[in-house]
Write a protein that binds this ligand. Structure first.
Ligand code: GDD
Ligand code: MG
Length: 403
């Protein structure tokens, strides 16, 4: 089986360009980050030289982009892993920007996951359907098997085996996964028959309420669907799904478990909690336990935790970290190689690779420290966003970017 991931470009992704954007890194970082150290390092090297020569404004943009790229890599890692588990042999990444960055990851992905990964590069953005026409020859392998299509910016559980089973059982041409949300108007809304799963109507970003079940961005399509798609910029949600639904050939399966579109900043806040919650249900032995742990906490086996710390809830501590005695951590990610010194307190924040937080320091309110940032003893940071390789000697009293 084949799969195509709609990776797209920054045009769509930069839309909610806010400083809370790095948040999903917290949510899904710990496990994939460990698996993906090398990719992240490659990526950082790519960004380092332009960071040295650009203006402060560009620097900020680059920093955010860097985080966005890391997030994408992590997501694709999870998606590709799950696809491989159900027998997908080749994943095609549909991209329309800077392929050199993506390409440098392909080998890494291929080696680690043992799956063939290729790029299909657009010369102009082809939307969400055009890339399928562009990759047509790659997707059709003569077997007549359906293929997967995934949006790259959603995080969820991936019950692909159930999706295949359902698709084969109903005999329609396409199956999409759906999930319930509170604000359906920002998504593709599906009206379906609950019993059979048949979709009566697919409305992208409806202006009036039609229902609260929305397209989760995960599809299984028969090769015949490709015959409906022309090689031009076109939207699968506006031009393809409504037609297949009208012919009663579109089916939907409700996605069990959590789902998030990382294009929605407010969802990030709940991200780490959701992820760790699902880990608690599925593999609770991976979570830390002990009298110093509160709620769901993920600590890498190489991390060192001192005496008298209180950690949690919703904390991820990466490999090689040293958390000295008496430290308090809650709702935060501490990335690889970080040292948090005695009696420091970190909450609702991200501490980037190889940074240090001084004794008695207090880091809170969505503070984000880039790589190799050093916070002096007793410093307070209230929502500071600190770019890589900085030393912070005085407190940051209100949310601001420190370059
Ligand atoms: N290759 C390529 N080329 N990919 C693209 C392009 C393009 O021109 N445009 C968008 N994409 C990718 C995006 O990167 C993303 O992974 C996916 O296609 C969907 O595009 P978004 O721009 O993120 O769409 P959305 O979030 O507004 O809506 C989509 O996702 C919702 C779920 O998150 C739709 O599929 C909705 O129906 C759905 O509910
Ligand atoms: Mg999206």
């Amino acid at each position: 089986m084949k799969a195509l991931i709609l990776v797209g470009g920054f045009g769509t992704r930069l839309r909610p360009l806010t400083l809370s954007f790095p948040k999903p890194l917290v949510d899904f970082a710990n496990k994939p980050m460990i698996l993906h150290q090398h990719s992240c390092e490659v990526l950082l090297h790519y960004y380092e030289s332009p960071m040295k020569v650009c203006s402060p404004f560009q620097l900020n943009q680059l920093f955010v982009r860097y985080f966005l790229d890391v997030i994408l890599i992590l997501l694709q890692h999870c998606q590709i892993e799950a696809l491989k588990d159900v027998g997908v042999t080749e994943v095609i990444l549909a991209i329309n920007y800077r392929p050199e960055v993506m390409i440098s990851f392909l080998e890494d992905f291929e080696d680690k996951l043992g799956i063939k990964i290729t790029c299909s590069q657009e010369t102009e953005p082809l939307g969400t359907a055009g890339p399928l026409a562009l990759a047509r020859d790659k997707l059709i392998d003569g077997s007549g098997e359906p293929f997967f299509v995934l949006n790259s910016d959603v995080i969820s559980e991936y019950p692909f085996a159930e999706l295949i089973q359902f698709h084969k059982s109903h005999g329609g041409k396409a199956t999409i996964m759906v999930t319930k949300v509170d604000e359906p108007s920002k998504y593709g809304v599906v009206v379906m028959d609950e019993g059979s799963g048949r979709v009566d109507k697919f409305v992208e970003k409806p202006k009036v309420f039609v229902g609260n079940k929305i397209n989760a961005g995960i599809y299984l399509l028969d090769p015949s669907v490709l015959d409906r798609i022309e090689l031009r910029p076109t939207s699968i949600e506006k031009e393809v799904f409504p037609n297949i639904a009208a012919e009663k050939q579109l089916y939907a399966m409700v996605l069990p478990g959590f789902w998030m579109d990382i294009g929605q900043p407010k969802d990030y806040i709940t991200g780490l909690r959701l992820y760790l919650d699902s880990l608690r249900k599925k593999a609770s032995t991976k979570l830390a336990a002990g009298s110093h742990i509160v709620g769901n906490v993920l600590i890498h086996e190489n991390a060192v935790i001192g005496e008298g710390c209180l950690i949690g809830p919703d904390v991820a501590v990466g490999p090689g970290c040293v958390i000295e005695s008496g430290v308090r951590l809650s709702s935060c990610t501490v990335m690889r190689g970080v040292r948090i010194k005695k009696h420091a307190c970190v909450s609702s924040s991200i501490i980037g690779w190889h940074s240090t937080v001084g004794q008695w320091a207090r880091i809170e309110n969505m503070t984000i420290l880039g790589e190799d940032v050093h916070i002096s003893d007793e410093v307070y940071s209230n929502g500071g966003v600190v770019l890589p390789h900085k030393e912070i000697k005085s407190s940051i009293l209100k949310p601001e970017i420190v370059m």
